[in-house]
Design a protein around this ligand. Sequence first.
Ligand code: NAP
Ligand code: ZN
Ligand code: ZN
Length: 349
Amino acid sequence: MLEAHGYAAGEARARLAPFKFQRRDALAHDVVLELLYCGICHSDLHYVNNDWGFTRFPVVPGHEIVGRVVATGKEVGKFKLGELAAIGCLVDSCRQCAPCQAGEEQFCVERPTATYNAVERGSSRPTFGGYSNNYVVDQRFALKVSPTLDPAAAAPLLCAGITTYSPLRHWKVGPGQKVGVVGLGGLGHVAIKIARAMGAHTVAFTTSPSKFEDAQRLGAHEVVLSTNANQMRRQAGSFDFMLDTVSAPHDVNALVTMLKRDCTLAMIGMPAEPFAVSAMGLAAGRRRIASSMIGGLRETQEMLDFCAANDIAADIELIAIRQINEAFLRLQRNDVKYRFVIDLASLRE
Ligand code: NAP
Ligand code: ZN
Ligand code: ZN
């Protein structure tokens, strides 16, 4: 067994505190990473708060991970010692079912193994995430990060990047289209950069007037204050695609009215409570509400390569692990520009 240590929450809404645990010894196809950086996704906060009701405590969150390869199993050919490698939300899947065969492991019919809050396949060992010093993962679930990207700013791409890239690709966003990105947080600010790089006319929807200038700097052609009825009315019926990244309950019907006929609002934020949807708003224009969940390994690598080619990474606030509880409080009250990333060297202090 490999000794590991990190920060865990012992029960719902508890403060995170130092925690020791073990990871498996590297198998033939495994790489062992010394972790360098881990982003703080709002999903980490949902898990610690047990917002979705299925958190297994103690939980070590973290699925936006960049590390360095420090050991390899004897069958590993994909990575060399010392190379950068990344881990996102998935660390295993059945590899046999139709979604797995199609490279969409996130939809594995046996359920994919999540980076934390899951149980390793064929064992009873829990998975613990990236707020920790190391990780043992099958090379197939480890990704290549271009050395041209700042590794700390690249870490959030492993969830925020792929979760927004995948629906933008799926709904074929590109030149000549008008795309709305709702919520300027970790996911939303990366979505603006990616949608812009894909060539779409990109419009940011925010509840925070203080984010207007940033939205433009990040690449938005227009910014809409979603709480302002006049600004909303001016945009109604004009969007080819809307991507809603908001982490809390809000009025989705107002967003549906932004769509053109036959167009889609993808709801990728995951508040604990269900939404109230007006059939009337959907019917008027045969509009659709859909969703999407992270992305498979092939597409995650494609996204990392796209981001490297377009010089896209997150705007981050780098913190030491001892600041984790303060960071969670700030994330809860929407006070981060635009992603916290933990410098895991601070775990060794
Ligand atoms: P985040 O950084 O906290 O950003 C959420 C943004 O939503 C905020 O910056 C804010 O933007 C807006 N917002 C917050 N409270 C609001 C409210 N009451 N009304 C309207 N807008 C509000 O969170 P994140 O890390 O980007 O994650 C966003 C959501 O996506 C979370 O629910 C997370 O669990 C989910 N998620 C889903 C997937 C998936 O696979 N589908 C993957 C990862 C994360 P403004 O200040 O601009 O309004
Ligand atoms: Zn996430
Ligand atoms: Zn499968």
